[in-house]
Design a protein around this ligand. Structure first.
Ligand code: NAP
Length: 282
C-alpha cells in the first residue's frame, strides 16, 4: 500500500518512520525542499517532493500540516488524488477540521494521535512516538465505512490505542486534558516572572526543580500549537477555563479564610482522582 504524508514535521515525520518500518511505501510532500531532502536522508520517506503530484498513487494520505493551512493544503492536493484515496488528518482539534475538510473530500476520516514532544520540524521526528498512545478517530454519519476501516488498519500497525468519538466530544475532552493544561502551564510561567523583587525572581529560577519542570513543560512548548488550540477549539477551551477559574477562586477563598478543612478535602479528592486520568487502562 502507498501512504502519502503531507507536512513532514514532528508528527508527519514520526509517522513516516514507523509506517516505513511496517513495510508501507511512504510518499512525502512538504513545503520546503530542504525538509524533503532531510526526510529522504533520514529514511522517513521512500520519495519526497514539494509537488502534490507525488500523491497520485497514494491509497491513503495523512494530512500533517498545522491546522491553519489544512484547508488550502487539501484544496491544492485534491487535483492529484485518485477518487478512491482515503484522506485523514492528525490535527489536535476535530470539529473544525471535520466540518471543513469532509465536504472537500468524501473519503475523509478525522484523526488525532495523542502524542508529541516540545520540538517541531522534520529534525524532531522520532521512531515509536505513537507506541501505546491513544489515537482518536472521529467518524461521522457520512464517513464511508471502507475509509474508516482503511485508516484503522494502518493506524493499528503503530501499536496505538484506538478510540472513536464524535468530533465535538473529542474537542470537549481534549480541552480538559490537553488545551487547558497548556493555558494553565503558560499562565504559571507568566505569573512567576511577575515577581517584582528581582532577587527573589532570580532565586526562584535557581531553586526551580522537578515539580516546576513538570508543571511548566506544556506551557513552554511550541507557541504555534497553543495558539491553534485556542483559535480552533475556542468554545470548548473557554468552557474549561471558566470552570478552572471558579476552582481557583474556591481555592483562594479557602486559603484566605484559613479554611484548612476545605483545602485538605480538596487535596484528598484530587489525589484520589488523578490516577483516573493518568493510569493507562490497558
Ligand atoms: P511541525 O513539526 O511544525 O510540522 C508541520 C509541518 O507542516 C512542517 O514541517 C512544514 O513543512 C509543513 N507545512 C506545510 N505548510 C506549512 C505552513 N504554511 N506553515 C507551517 N508549516 C507548514 O508540526 P507538528 O507538531 O508535526 O504538527 C502537525 C499537526 O499535528 C498539527 O495539525 C497539530 O495539530 C497536530 N498534532 C501535533 C502534536 C504535537 O504535540 N506536536 C500532537 C498531535 C497532533 P516544511 O518543513 O516543509 O516547512
Amino acid at each position: 500500500m502507498n501512504i502519502g504524508i503531507v507536512g513532514l514535521g514532528l508528527i508527519g515525520g514520526s509517522l513516516g518512520l514507523d509506517l516505513r518500518s511496517q513495510g508501507y511505501r511512504v510518499l512525502g510532500v512538504s513545503r520546503q525542499v530542504a525538509t524533503c531532502e532531510q526526510a529522504i536522508a533520514r529514511g522517513i520517506v521512500d520519495a519526497a517532493s514539494t509537488d502534490g503530484q507525488l500523491l497520485e498513487t497514494a491509497n491513503l494520505v495523512f494530512l500533517c500540516t498545522p491546522l491553519g493551512v489544512m484547508e488550502t493544503t487539501v484544496k491544492a492536493i485534491i487535483p492529484h488524488l485518485s477518487p478512491e484515496t482515503t484522506l485523514t488528518d492528525v490535527g489536535s482539534v476535530k470539529a473544525w477540521v471535520v466540518n471543513t475538510l469532509a465536504p472537500l473530500w468524501p473519503n475523509f476520516v478525522g484523526g488525532h494521535p495523542m502524542a508529541g514532544t516540545a520540538d517541531s520540524g522534520v529534525a524532531a521526528a522520532q521512531r515509536g512516538l505513537f507506541q501505546d498512545a491513544p489515537y482518536v478517530l472521529t467518524p461521522t454519519a457520512t464517513t464511508p465505512k471502507s475509509a474508516l476501516e482503511q485508516v484503522e488498519k494502518v493506524v493499528q500497525s503503530l501499536h496505538v490505542r484506538i478510540y472513536h468519538c464524535s468530533p465535538e466530544e473529542h474537542d470537549l475532552a481534549v480541552a480538559w486534558i490537553s488545551h487547558l493544561p497548556v493555558m494553565i502551564s503558560a499562565s504559571l510561567i507568566a505569573a512567576c516572572v511577575q515577581e517584582a523583587n528581582l532577587e527573589v525572581q532570580l532565586l526562584a529560577k535557581a531553586l526551580a526543580s522537578s515539580g516546576f519542570r513538570d508543571t511548566s513543560r506544556v506551557g513552554g512548548g511550541n507557541p504555534e500549537l497553543g495558539l491553534m488550540m485556542a483559535q480552533y477549539n475556542q468554545k470548548s477551551l473557554l468552557r474549561s477555563l471558566d470552570t478552572y477559574r471558579q476552582q481557583l477562586d474556591h481555592l483562594i477563598e479557602a486559603i484566605a479564610q484559613s479554611d484548612w478543612a476545605t483545602l485538605q478535602a480538596l487535596l484528598e479528592q484530587t489525589r484520589q482522582t488523578r490516577s483516573a486520568f493518568t493510569t493507562n487502562p490497558h
